[in-house]
Design a protein around this ligand. Sequence first.
Ligand SMILES: [Cu+2]
Length: 155
Amino acid sequence: MRRLALVLATCAFAGVVPAQAAVHWSDIGWTSVGSTGQFRRTHGQSPRVLRKAPQAVPLARVQVVAVDFQYRLSRARIAAGPVRIELVNFGEDEHDLKLQRVGGSKIYQLPGTLPGQRRALTLWLKPGIYRLWCAMADHAMRGMRATLRVVPRRR
Ligand SMILES: [Cu+2]
């Protein structure tokens, strides 16, 4: 048990997060619609209605390490669907994170995060190219921007 805790702590420190872990539909913004037997999605860019309960879908994870003045992504490509984005600030300045799909209008964000802190957000992302940037002062211009590719999930 103690050894497991150590392994987990080491993984957290090294920024190694599992590529996929199961997530239940209710955790990612699906709600059942009364007695209609339908499910409605409240997350994501376009709400969608399903006729039956969505299956548990794998949660993709990406960790964004912020330093002054750069983002380091744990992976540059993930599968579409539920995505957990974690911002970890290893810099000395406060940093935030904005995310927008190229061609999309909605901007997702993780607010200002102090040095040593982390924040996370679970989103439903559709395939596309997403731009990430820090909106604090001139940080994006100084290099705090990145690209994340979201590819269709294989069936
Ligand atoms: Cu910044």
